[in-house]
Design a protein around this ligand. Structure first.
Ligand code: NAD
Ligand code: ZN
Length: 251
């Protein structure tokens, strides 16, 4: 496949590459994405942050969704895509991983420079006093019948440490993501529909700053026209082929 050769050359040439990932990289681990057929938004209505904060009824709905997703993804393992990115990081090609995912699988695969733009569902945070707990513990309470768990310290509403619709983006993560994006000579957008803002602005910024842009995604994205190469193939096999072309062992 010609695009893979283009990608392999760009990886070899770039002094600093950034991987930017979305829900698509975790579907091969059995976690559904949002926008594919059967994806989460085709089955559930999202709960907006203001609604969550304003009414117990919304918190009950929010927790049903969050606990369901946590239980569904708890046993998930990183796949070839996550492992290949970690390998590219170990070999000095990838300097940072910006992810929209909340599932923690990049860290599990061994990536260290991970910037979680939308937070993590492995922790729960009190919305009043900011105390945190392992999600496991709070989901246990939820399973025992506590439909909208509250903070044991202050009684405030608990929510997974993820960025909900209508909630502001985390400042430090946005700053770091902006910094690594501006340093990137190659920007790899992997498994993202590139429609969620402001996350999707990073590939555009990288390209505007002179970086090469490669998009690996099964479906077309609004940024395909900007890209130096577009690979519409499954992520795991694409990343394995890339590692082989670069002369690294399959993960
Ligand atoms: P998205 O659901 O909008 O898009 C995922 C894209 O990946 C789709 O275009 C799909 O065609 C593609 N894709 C799916 N599986 C693929 C595969 N195996 N190979 C190649 N392409 C594949 O995802 P998004 O852009 O990340 O935006 C969704 C939002 O949902 C994010 O903000 C994220 O926080 C959240 N989310 C996270 C998870 C997770 O943590 N795993 C899961 C669902 C949603
Ligand atoms: Zn509290």
């Amino acid at each position: 496949m010609q695009e893979i050769e283009v990608l392999a050359d760009l990886v070899r040439m770039a002094r600093s590459a950034v991987a930017f990932t979305g829900a698509g990289i975790s579907t091969e681990s059995g976690i559904p994405d949002f926008r594919s057929p059967g994806g989460i938004w085709t089955r559930h209505q999202p709960v907006l942050y203001n609604e969550f904060m304003a009414s117990r009824e919304a918190r009950v709905r929010g927790w049903k969704l969050a606990a369901g997703m946590f239980l569904e993804s708890r046993a998930a393992q990183p796949n070839d895509g996550h492992r290949a990115i970690a390998e590219l990081e170990r070999c000095g090609h990838v300097a940072a991983v910006i992810t929209q995912n909340i599932d923690g699988l990049h860290r599990d695969a061994g990536s260290t420079g991970v910037i979680e733009l939308h937070g993590t569902n492995r922790k729960v945070r009190c919305q009043d006093c900011s105390s945190t707990w392992p999600t496991e513990d709070i989901v246990e309470r939820w399973q025992a019948g506590d439909e909208a768990p509250e903070c044991e310290d202050c009684g405030g509403p608990l929510k997974t440490a993820t960025v909900s619709f209508g909630q502001s983006m985390p400042e430090e993560e946005m700053r770091r993501a902006g910094e690594v994006t501006l340093r990137a000579e190659l920007f790899l957008a992997i498994g993202s529909s590139l429609v969620v803002e402001p996350a999707a602005s990073f590939p555009r910024i990288a390209k505007g700053n002179g970086a090469s842009l490669v998009i690996i995604n099964r479906e077309p994205t609004p940024l395909d026209e900007l890209a130096d190469a577009v690979i519409r193939r499954p992520i795991g096999e694409t990343m394995n082929t890339l590692l082989e072309r670069l002369g690294y062992s399959r993960q």
